[in-house]
Design a protein around this ligand. Structure first.
Ligand code: NDP
Length: 371
């Protein structure tokens, strides 16, 4: 019997026994947190779409944090912690801290000296600089950005390479061909998209099919309790038809789903950072206030389950079978340690708990939603 099953069997029977005892004696039985804490949380590995590659269900990314909040030493600590917990995918992009994030990850990887075949690292191309040659998805920038990322990350190849946004000004065939050639050259293992519409992803597949090129394997969309339509509704047919994998971003909606913004903006938090006023504005208007209200309700459900909002929100993402990996973000090791514990919450997400969460969120995408 798997460790999780053993836990559930023990948890279930002990819970029933506790309820019986409580009824008979009127005394509250001790919580079962001790059993839960004692269990090691085993990492789960999921196929990246239809590919043979298995990525850890929880991965670690560097947006906002690397350079802004984490120097090389702290980045290295976080990456080591993640790797020790079974994380095998580290996400990055040329745009993050204008290349500095990749430089920091490269230096950390060098110091950590892990075997190159034991982890995956990504980059994304779109925003490389201000000049027309330095941005978007034309062949020149796709190639230049890949070579620059390899240098900054100090690796010979990228495992995953994403088109960070769609580029309506470059024919999709040009981008698909450029990605195919990087793969043929051994500089990229798998290529994918980020925030492309279902139609754009299907077009890339159609072009690849006609010209015998490598199609995109995965998409990197935002997905969390507050942003659901694309992953749950728009891509519904794409999973079935081409077996799209997803490496989802902002599982905590930039930290909102931890419920730490319920009473205002804590100093030093992401919404308090200089340069992120645009993000703060999204959560302080009327719509934003409604979202904060939902995080309060989620927090109450988490408390009932004896867990934290962060772990519950991440486990909720993991519950979706179309999610290949949830990319975690953390500005300190204690956050990452907590978030890596989300896997232990997954078995607690029964139909009843999911229904309670659905009622709290009140944002389930409609079946007939059109895009
Ligand atoms: P989250 O939504 O999980 O936000 C992470 C932030 O929330 C942390 O940096 C921290 O911010 C706060 N936080 C995290 N855990 C806790 C905790 N347990 N308690 C309190 N606060 C916590 O993820 P990100 O938005 O960082 O996205 C994750 C990754 O996804 C990125 O690193 C990147 O790799 C990728 N991404 C991709 C995008 C794309 O367009 N393809 C866009 C955005 C992200 P703080 O402490 O500063 O408040």
């Amino acid at each position: 019997m798997a460790e999780t099953d053993l836990f559930l069997a023990e948890y279930g029977s002990r819970a029933l026994e506790s309820q019986r005892m409580e009824k008979q004696t009127g005394r509250i039985a001790p919580r079962l947190d001790s059993i839960r804490k004692a269990l090691p949380v085993e990492m789960e590995y999921r196929h990246l779409g239809r590919s043979g590659l298995e990525v850890s269900a929880l991965s670690f990314g560097s947006w906002v944090t690397f350079d802004n909040q984490l120097d090389v030493g702290k980045a290295e600590e976080c990456m080591a912690l993640a790797y020790e917990h079974g994380v095998n995918f580290f996400d990055n992009a040329e745009a993050y801290a204008a290349g500095e994030s990749e430089r920091i990850m490269g230096q950390a990887l060098k110091k950590l000296n892990w075997s190159r075949d034991s982890y995956c690292v990504s980059s994304k191309v779109f925003w490389g600089g201000k000049k027309p040659t330095q941005r978007r998805l034309h062949r020149k920038h796709v190639f230049d950005a890949c070579h620059a990322a390899l240098q900054r990350l100090q690796v010979d190849y990228l495992d995953l390479y994403f088109c960070h946004r769609p580029d309506p000004r470059t024919p999709i065939e040009e981008t698909v061909r450029a990605m195919h050639h990087l793969i043929q050259q051994g500089k990229v293992m798998y290529w994918g998209t980020s925030e492309w519409s279902a139609v754009q992803i299907m077009e890339a597949h159609a072009v690849a099919g006609v010209h015998h090129l490598t199609p995109p394997t995965m998409e990197q969309p935002q997905y969390n309790m507050l942003t659901r339509d694309r992953v749950e509704a728009e891509y519904r047919h794409v999973y079935r038809s081409v077996g799209l994998g997803t490496t989802i971003w902002s599982p905590l909606a930039s930290g909102i789903l931890t419920n730490k913004y319920a009473e205002g903006i804590p100093s030093g938090s992401r919404l308090d950072l200089e340069g992120f006023e645009w993000l703060r504005d999204r959560f302080t208007d009327e719509e934003g206030k409604r979202k904060i209200e939902k995080t309060r309700k989620v927090a109450a459900i988490a408390a009932e389950l004896g867990t934290t909002s962060a772990k519950l929100a991440i486990a909720w993402c993991l519950k979706n079978p179309n999610v290949s990996t949830v990319i975690l973000g953390a500005s300190r090791t204690s956050q990452l340690e907590e978030n890596l514990g989300a896997l232990e919450v997954l078995p607690m997400l029964t139909d009843e708990v999911m229904e309670n969460l659905e009622a709290a969120l009140d944002n389930k995408p409609a079946d007939e939603m059109e895009f």
